[in-house]
Design a protein around this ligand. Structure first.
Ligand SMILES: [Zn+2]
Length: 366
């Protein structure tokens, strides 16, 4: 046990890197999920677009929300918890060989468009003790325990909960025309009207929200099994607070619940500011190139985007934990590099579309 503990510390760094969205890893499709994915496609094509639908068709359409948006699926009653969604939602699997190279960068999960469709991909670690000759028994054990640690069901579940939250805030809106349901998410948070600076902040909030959803998944496991040691890494603070009696995830007292919710969001924002925001700089800077300029007269939808990101499934209800819009918890602060990139993008957009006055001056000159 002590050995595993030591390893965990070493692996922490990789884990942080692991949740960065996007990866150049070559995918090896797991046949099980490929089958599942095809089955889902068949299900979608049978939906009749005529104005009247049978109950069966509506039910099938509701079930198709499981792979589109966690909170939509919850609102339509086809899942009842984060764990339920994690269990039912399809994803692809990617296998990565690990042979003990400590500098190896491993992406544990990501969400991106593959073959025209947005997909969640979860990595399975294959303990590779054969490709490097003369490994000592200790090194072999280390490789095996690393794989075991990351392939454990709870750990993979937490990573899925993270990636499925990215899916929830940014569903595959390009492929949603098969839905006959009226009340589904129509736009992802990056499609909201946002200034470049707000857009960069949403990159951060989307990550923080996904991390919170992982924690809420683990909270559900705790409610079932009562073990606080499942709260690993960044979530250890929560397990500690439960042990100290500072919070009680089993309490039904509204005051306790409110206190716990505030504690979670505040702590996760603080951890982001202290530990992670620099790791995600490059991601935010790259993402800014996809920002669409706000047209004149358009209102910012920053607060709406925050509402979307921080509305979670909590004990059978949807709850909005956006404490930022009202200033109860301070907003994230962009790093200098991201701030600069947001300003550059802003200038670029202004140049691409000169204001009316400038256009008039240009015409006069001719
Ligand atoms: Zn993420």
């Amino acid at each position: 046990m002590e050995n595993v503990g030591k390893l965990n510390k070493k692996f922490k760094k990789w884990f942080v890197c692991g949740l960065i969205v996007g990866s150049s890893l070559v995918l090896s499709y797991n046949s099980f999920f490929r089958k599942k994915d095809n089955a889902k496609k068949d299900l979608i094509t049978v939906v009749d677009k005529s104005p009247t639908y049978s109950l069966d068709e509506i039910q099938k359409n509701k079930e198709a929300l499981i792979s589109y948006s966690m909170t939509d699926a919850f609102r339509y009653g086809v899942i009842n918890s984060i764990s339920d969604y994690v269990k039912k939602a399809p994803h692809l699997s990617d296998t990565v060989d690990f042979s003990g190279d400590l500098s190896q960068m491993i992406t544990y999960g990501y969400y991106q468009r593959i073959d025209g469709k947005k997909q969640v991909v979860i990595t399975h670690i294959n303990p590779d003790t054969l490709s490097i000759p003369n490994l000592s028994p200790k090194e072999k054990r280390m490789i095996a325990s690393f794989a075991k640690y990351h392939n454990a069901e709870t750990k993979r579940g937490a990573i899925k909960a993270h990636e499925f939250w990215h899916q929830n805030t940014n569903p595959d809106t390009q492929n949603n025309d098969m839905f006959i349901l009226s009340d589904i998410t129509k736009r992802g948070v990056f499609e909201y009207n946002l200034t470049t600076e707000e857009f960069a902040k949403i990159c951060a909030h989307d990550e923080i929200g996904s991390r919170i959803n992982s924690l809420l998944f683990l909270r559900e496991q705790y409610q079932q099994e009562g073990k606080t040691n499942i709260f690993y890494g960044d979530f250890a603070f929560y397990g500690k607070a439960v042990r100290q009696g500072k919070i009680n995830p089993l309490s039904e007292n509204p005051k306790d619940i409110e206190q716990e919710q505030y504690f979670i969001v505040k702590s996760m924002l603080e951890i982001w500011e202290k530990k992670h925001k620099h790791n995600y700089q490059d991601y935010a800077i790259k993402k800014l190139t996809s920002h669409k300029p706000m047209s004149k007269g358009q209102k910012s939808e920053y607060d709406k985007a925050l509402d979307k990101i921080y509305t979670f499934i909590w004990d059978g209800k949807l709850i909005n934990l956006n404490y930022i819009s009202e200033g109860i918890i301070p907003d994230v602060k962009l790093t200098e590099a991201v701030k600069d990139a947001a300003e550059r993008r802003q200038l670029q957009e202004q140049k691409a579309e000169p204001p009316l006055q400038a256009k008039a001056l240009q015409n006069n000159g001719r």
